[in-house]
Write a protein that binds this ligand. Structure first.
Ligand SMILES: NC(=O)c1ccc[n+]([C@@H]2O[C@H](COP(=O)([O-])OP(=O)(O)OC[C@H]3O[C@@H](n4cnc5c(N)ncnc54)[C@H](O)[C@@H]3O)[C@@H](O)[C@H]2O)c1
Length: 327
């Protein structure tokens, strides 16, 4: 199997690549991967250092919106797994242009090329944020989309486009929607690595609003296992939720991170709430569990502890990123 992976130098894409290539390189079943990544501020080849010399691995620096490049790269691939995106909600509030370009137009360029070259399967990686916010209960895959941020609106648009290519052109498209991820190699602007790296440096951390927003946290390795299952066995034209981590308020999460880093509430700044801040996300994962036997493996306690340890031990990875991004 030859897989084209977009955004493979980012947080989740690189985990997916490292996992794919962790198996026996000489086995007949072993996949070969091509990474297409623009190396934006959040893309980092250091995330792929452990697989860079693998003969099954090819890295191409480029933009998914570059139709000529994508057209050249696509032939010979059996599957596309599409991670590349502008992914940070706060940045989308500051300016939504790059979100529409990469997340919507970039997805269209990939879909067109995959269709033209008869790629077997297109896996579109998306987010629970496309549903908006839910007070009680959990979303199922047929829930209406009601995104609230420019980020989630651009992801919703790309999901619908991908599904439309299945219905209109009969392409084998599957869409995954996942809850909030955490783990190693996450760019230190997102809540968990931002708080951990601030606290490790003795700095303060910003908590939005009353801290009561609820997120369902899933370890990145569990997300990637879910994508792998859907890539291999999901039904064409279907959406699959990947989640089932732990629902906690941002306040509870802050308390855990303070304790893990040996700090207290004196290090927390209560800042004005994010505009349009969704109150609660919650995914039902019954479909993925019942159809493909999925359950998350990493408990939140264990995953959070190993994540804090990783950031403690890998300053050489995150310090230059923070400096460059002026975080
Ligand atoms: N992080 C989460 O909690 C989460 C949860 C659910 C779904 N997702 C989705 O998973 C995917 C990956 O998210 P992430 O957290 O790894 O993001 P990330 O920001 O860490 O990585 C994005 C990657 O895409 C690349 N990229 C951006 N624009 C590009 C372009 N125009 N052409 C080629 N490459 C480009 C970047 O260089 C980077 O390597 C996204 O589609 C996101 O919507 C993320």
């Amino acid at each position: 199997m030859r897989i084209l992976i977009t955004g493979g130098a980012g947080f989740i894409g690189s985990e997916f690549v490292r996992n794919l290539l962790s198996g026996d390189a000489t086995s007949q079943d072993t996949p070969r991967v091509t990474i297409l990544d623009k190396l934006t501020y959040s893309g980092n080849v250091a995330n792929l250092a452990t697989v860079a010399a693998d003969p099954r691995y090819t890295f191409v620096e480029g933009d998914i919106c570059d139709a000529d490049l994508v057209d050249q790269l696509m032939p010979g691939h059996d599957v596309v797994v599409h991670f590349a995106a502008e992914s940070h909600v706060d940045r989308s509030i500051a300016g939504s242009g790059p979100f529409v370009v990469t997340n919507v137009l970039g997805t269209q360029v990939l879909l067109d090329a995959a269709r033209k070259h008869g790629v077997g399967r297109f896996v579109h990686v998306s987010t629970d944020e496309v549903y908006g916010s839910i007070e009680t209960g959990s979303w199922t895959e047929d829930w209406p989309l009601a995104p609230n941020s420019p980020y989630s609106a651009s992801k919703a648009a790309s999901d619908l486009l991908a599904l439309a290519y299945h219905r209109t052109h009969g392409m084998d498209v599957v869409v995954t929607r996942c809850s909030n991820n955490y783990g190693h190699f996450q760019f230190p602007e997102k809540m968990i690595p931002l708080f951990v790296t601030n606290l490790l440096d003795g700095k303060r951390v910003p908590l939005y609003g009353d801290g009561g927003n609820i997120r369902d946290w899933l370890h990145v390795s569990d997300h990637c296992r879910g994508i792998d299952l859907v890539m291999r066995s999901g039904r064409p034209g279907e959406v699959y939720h990947i989640g089932g981590g732990t629902e906690v308020t941002n306040k509870e999460l802050t308390a855990r991170l303070l304790a893990a880093c040996g700090a207290d509430w004196g290090s927390v700044d209560h800042v004005e709430d994010r505009k349009g801040h969704d109150r609660r996300y919650s995914l039902s994962i019954d479909k993925l569990r019942d159809e493909l036997g999925y359950t998350p493996r990493v408990s939140f306690e264990e995953g959070l502890e190993s994540t804090v340890v990783w950031y403690r031990e890998n300053r050489a990875w995150w310090e230059p990123l923070r400096q460059k991004a002026a975080l």
